[in-house]
Write a protein that binds this ligand. Structure first.
Ligand SMILES: NCc1[nH]cc(CCC(=O)O)c1CC(=O)O
Length: 310
């Protein structure tokens, strides 16, 4: 009994991006295991309902995930699909990430209806982002700009831009590409300008650790290079105890057997940004992540992060 004729239920949030990702995983599962049936179980989570309170104050990104896990524990769903960027490094012991799918663009996108690049923005222009990581890097590059809060799903954020509330906004390129809105990207910000978030652009699949049959089915969707890169990035974040809403960037690349990881911790006001890099065998992804974190801590990253929680 291989389980390839099971019915799998995918717990998903209802945003356009979450649904796209769940449908993508459904289609990939069916392509690899044609005898499966796969259903989506769309759910509203508390994190989606409370839109006017800063996310960090209501339990952070973990909030979106907990309710999907409860659905899996109660047998209402078998798997949950996540943007790896939103998955906390501390993981409940009953669950595991049993596949990381091939990565889409990991970079941040500069989106504007009037300007073609970050450099082209006029003095004092208004940029929308609520991410401390994006904020500190934008401020380092362009200290003259005003940063304004911007929350909501991708379509809400774009509507606020189109409503002329901002001169430009920063979004993950991956979300726009997946939703067929690549044309909205004026500029993909290179990692030297905006180091991406841990796991950005990668989709992970979570299920219970005691369902070995399901774990075997999911392994067909795992993309090894993406898995290794995200492992290094998450190991760095774990060592830094990077929570849900932190000015931390982390970006790994793999070239043949060699992995290179760059990490960043910054003050939200852009006045101080620390960087560190390490290279080694891709077999040592976690160790490289810890090494980069330690190098950042040696430079004072701990003090920057501690000050954020006061
Ligand atoms: N925090 C929201 C979020 N989580 C994942 C993505 C899309 C990109 C990805 O898969 O990393 C986004 C939107 C954004 O940051 O613009």
């Amino acid at each position: 009994m291989t389980g390839s004729n099971r019915t799998l239920r995918i717990a998903t949030r209802k945003s356009a991006l979450a649904l796209w990702q769940a449908e993508y995983v459904r289609d990939q599962l069916l392509a690899h295991h044609p005898d499966l049936s796969v259903e989506l179980v769309p759910m509203s989570t508390q994190g989606d309902k409370i839109l006017d309170t800063p996310l960090a104050k209501i339990g952070g990104k973990g909030l979106f995930i907990k309710e999907l896990e409860i659905a899996m524990l109660e047998g209402r769903a078998d798997i949950a699909v996540h943007s790896m960027k939103d998955v906390p490094v501390a993981f409940p012991s009953d669950f595991g990430l049993h596949a990381i799918c091939v990565r889409e663009s990991p970079f941040d996108a500069f989106v504007s209806n009037h300007y073609e690049s970050l450099d082209a923005l006029p003095q004092g222009a208004v940029v929308g982002t609520s991410s401390l990581r994006r904020q500190c890097q934008i401020r380092r590059n362009r200290p003259d700009l005003y940063i304004r809060d911007l929350r909501g799903n991708v379509n809400t954020r774009l509507a606020k831009l189109d409503n002329e509330e901002y001169d430009a906004i920063i979004l993950a390129a991956a979300g726009l590409i997946r939703l067929g809105m690549e044309g909205r990207i004026a500029q993909e910000l290179p990692p030297e300008v905006s180091l991406p978030a841990v796991g950005q652009g990668a989709v992970g699949i979570e299920c219970r650790n005691d369902d070995q049959q399901l774990i075997d089915l999911l392994s067909a969707l795992n993309h090894e290079e993406t898995h290794i890169r995200v492992t290094a990035e998450r190991a760095m974040n774990a060592r830094l105890e990077g929570g849900c809403q932190v000015p931390i960037g982390s970006f790994a690349t793999v070239n043949e057997d060699t992995l290179t990881l760059t990490g960043m911790v910054g003050k939200p006001d852009g006045s101080e940004l620390l960087f560190a890099s390490a290279t080694g065998s891709k077999a040592n992804a976690s160790e490289i992540g810890v090494d980069v974190a330690d190098a950042l801590l040696e430079q004072g990253a701990g003090e920057i992060l501690k000050a954020l929680y006061l």
